[in-house]
Ligand binder design. Structure first.
Ligand SMILES: Cc1cc2nc3c(=O)[nH]c(=O)nc-3n(C[C@H](O)[C@H](O)[C@H](O)COP(=O)(O)O)c2cc1C
Length: 190
């Protein structure tokens, strides 16, 4: 027989999805740190037509896509997205905006009644309009306070930085943030 306290515990259990976009693996590392803390399903978003390797080319392409409101088709399809209650959504800042593939992801799924938690890395200029756009594109969801940390500066040839001391700093900051938003106590079901 289940006691009352057990029932309370069970109602706290959540299905957690961690989905992220990452080109030079900084956001990927933050996604993995979140995964180590909370468990759940970890998925990298991939595109049907990958972006160019060249930095200047990708910057130009993203600027054009933003201007045209183009939603690049995704290769990654998340099975049974309905079953997830909590979705951590990770991305770098691109052109001071939410990257087009994340706009695609938000536009093609229904997040009604779900909790979305954004996380970000950037070259030091911050989140721009990205967190606001998450709210706009998932209007029936609850968007919690996001996490942001400085990552690489590809423009200056600094690609992956989330190792050594920097990774330790990220681990500490992620833990503090998860406690603040009440996500450190949840027990993922999956
Ligand atoms: C196309 C593109 C545009 C970017 N635009 C910005 C920007 O507007 N502001 C900023 O601070 N960093 C910008 N960056 C830098 C990335 O946000 C930063 O390097 C981030 O840590 C990369 O994450 P990733 O390693 O997960 O791909 C841009 C990078 C790329 C590739």
């Amino acid at each position: 027989q289940e006691s009352m306290s057990e029932k309370k515990e069970i109602s706290k259990d959540k299905n957690v999805l961690i989905v992220y976009l990452s080109r030079t693996k900084n956001t990927k590392t933050v996604a993995e740190i979140i995964h180590q803390n909370v468990g759940g399903t970890l998925v990298e978003l991939e595109l049907q037509n990958p972006y160019p390797e060249n930095y200047k080319s990708i910057v130009d392409q993203v600027a054009k896509e933003n201007e045209a409101n183009f939603l690049p088709p995704l290769k990654t399809k998340i099975e049974d997205i309905e079953k997830y209650d909590v979705i951590f959504l990770g991305f770098p800042t691109w052109g001071m905006q939410l990257p087009p593939p994340i706009k695609s992801f938000l536009s093609q799924n229904d997040f009604k009644g779900k909790t979305i938690i954004p996380f970000n890395t950037n070259a030091g200029y911050g989140i721009g309009s990205s967190f606001e756009t998450v709210k706009k594109l998932a209007p029936n969801s609850k968007v919690l306070e996001g996490f942001t940390i400085r990552g690489g500066i590809e423009r200056d040839g600094i690609l992956f930085v989330m190792e050594g001391k920097k990774k330790v700093e990220a681990e500490k900051k992620v833990k503090e943030w998860m406690t603040k938003i009440g996500m450190s106590k949840i027990k993922p079901l999956n």
